[in-house]
Design a protein around this ligand. Structure first.
Ligand SMILES: Cc1cc2nc3c(=O)[nH]c(=O)nc-3n(C[C@H](O)[C@H](O)[C@H](O)COP(=O)(O)OP(=O)(O)OC[C@H]3O[C@@H](n4cnc5c(N)ncnc54)[C@H](O)[C@@H]3O)c2cc1C
Length: 453
């Protein structure tokens, strides 16, 4: 029996690029294996989760895209240890819904809960607590990977360890992760203590980021249009899990509350020209005020996922879409380097919008293409416009010269030769790729664009 194939135009969260794809959506592990086997030979295959990467890692203009979101079963859970074994199509949203009432949160969470376990592994995602907790690889004990040969193997630090470590940041290019065993975090409440620190310029910002680096959760918003003496002004939000005793009375009666889904959504794509300097200035004022007035106790939905409150907010960038540029640079000379990069961005005329600045913790040495290392990371959205690719190439060049790199999970533009210089363990990763997928069976638009497949 052959699996039904649908023709669909797909994109990442940035809606750029949009690619005509052949999509299969298996509902069982057996159907998944059939889909991959059928596409043997010249047809490449790539897995797709919830499509929350920004650029082109989960789309392909050749071969097939395997939508893994129907592979969403739980296999095993041990409430004593918090170890969960599940299909890789299980989302963090699903885990929150089912495990928050039992007192567990995901150990590591990015800024949206609409991501799958497979997607979190393939990008080795990080959250606001990276400096304290590390990346998603920190919570994965083992995984099952469907290889090009049709074999499903266990990958862990002791079995197929090369495949295990190369899968973090491996962008789905080594095989399809079918299941994973991950550690959940036992919590007393689903609330966070939080505090806002307002800073008026970049020196204050960097001082405050360094001074508060012991706080478990720490992230800053920077006014992307501020220049001159005000460059780097913004608000830092910091916090930690709240204990039951810290909750006000009205929350303490239900310390493990789960939020209902948000009813808000952007109803249609906004015209591309709507995000101009004037509207961004107005939105920055709103963001500034919202963050300064952060409540002392916040539910995880507001603390972790403020952007999830408005569904499909990516449509607000208009039909041409947008990209998110995220880089990390070393701590050494970090202050001067962040100043230089922010100045390039603030004076580029490219209408930069939502952004995040934070300090990252050390790199996990066994990983090869995982993005974070100890330093400063900055992520910023740009609507797609003329001249943007020149700006991004200029930023890439400066980031590379500073010893930094960009995040493939957000990228739609980087050149292969630049990427190769940014990731010194790329050759080691390619050796693992050659071992497990010698014929490049697993390939995506991103993989071909940046020379990974
Ligand atoms: C609002 C928002 C906030 C975000 N915040 C952060 C953040 O704070 N930190 C961060 O690190 N990222 C962040 N991201 C990015 C997001 O967490 C990652 O891109 C994540 O990988 C998306 O998961 P997904 O299930 O949507 O995967 P997709 O985008 O569908 O796919 C991503 C990659 O995973 C691969 N993949 C998916 N499933 C499998 C599988 N079963 N087997 C093998 N490979 C697979 C795909 O081939 C692709 O290469 C954010 C994204 C959004 C939209």
């Amino acid at each position: 029996m052959s699996e039904p194939i649908a023709q669909q135009v797909l994109a990442g969260w940035g809606n750029h690029p949009r690619v005509a794809c052949q999509v299969v959506r298996p509902e069982t592990q057996r159907a998944l294996r059939r889909s991959v086997a059928q596409a043997s030979g010249a047809e490449p295959v790539i897995a797709r989760g919830l499509g929350r990467s920004y650029g082109d890692p989960a789309v392909s203009d050749q071969g097939r895209v395997v939508d893994c979101t129907r592979l969403d079963r739980y296999v095993d859970f041990d409430p004593r240890t918090g170890l969960l074994t599940c299909d890789a199509g299980v989302s963090l949203e699903q885990i929150l819904r089912d495990f928050v009432p039992r007192g567990f949160l995901p150990m590591i969470s990015p800024g949206t809960k609409f991501v799958t376990v497979g997607g979190c592994i393939a990008n080795d995602v990080h959250g606001k607590a990276h400096h304290a907790d590390g990346c998603f690889s920190r919570c994965v004990h083992s995984m099952q990977v469907l290889l090009a040969s049709g074999e499903v193997v266990t990958a862990s630090p002791t079995e197929h360890a090369d495949l295990f470590w190369a899968s973090f940041g491996g962008m789905g290019l080594l095989g399809i992760i079918t299941q994973a065993t991950i550690q959940l975090r036992k919590v007393e409440t689903t609330y966070f203590r939080q505090q806002a620190v307002v800073v008026e310029n970049l020196d204050e910002m960097m001082d405050a980021l360094d001074a508060h680096n012991h706080e478990p959760y720490l992230v800053a918003w920077v006014d992307s249009l501020a220049t001159g003496d005000r460059l780097g002004r913004g608000v830092i939000t910091l916090g930690d899990h709240a204990t039951r005793a810290e909750l006000p009375e009205k929350l303490a009666s239900n310390p493990l509350a789960v939020s209902p889904p948000s009813p808000l959504a952007v109803p249609f794509e906004m015209p591309s020209g709507l995000l101009n300097t004037a509207t961004i200035r107005a939105l920055n004022v709103v963001l500034d005020q919202v963050q300064r007035r952060a409540a002392p106790i916040a539910h995880y939905e507001k603390f972790f996922y403020p952007l999830d409150f408005v569904g499909e907010w990516n449509r607000g960038y208009g039909g041409k879409g947008f990209t998110q540029y995220q880089f990390v640079i070393p701590l050494a000379d970090g202050r001067a380097h962040i100043r230089e990069l922010l100045e390039i961005i603030a004076t580029s005329g490219q209408a930069p919008f939502l952004n995040v600045l934070k300090r990252m913790g050390p790199e996990r040495p066994e990983t090869m293409l995982s993005f974070p290392f100890e330093g400063y990371t900055f992520a910023i959205d740009f609507p797609i416009r003329d001249g943007l690719s020149d700006l991004l190439a200029r930023l890439d060049e400066r980031v590379l010269a500073m010893g930094g790199r960009i995040y493939l999970g957000k990228d739609a533009f980087v050149a292969p030769e630049t990427l190769a210089k940014m990731y010194p363990k790329l050759q080691a990763w390619k050796a693992v790729k050659a071992r497990y997928d010698p014929d490049n069976h697993f390939s995506s638009s991103l993989g071909r664009r940046v020379g990974l497949s």
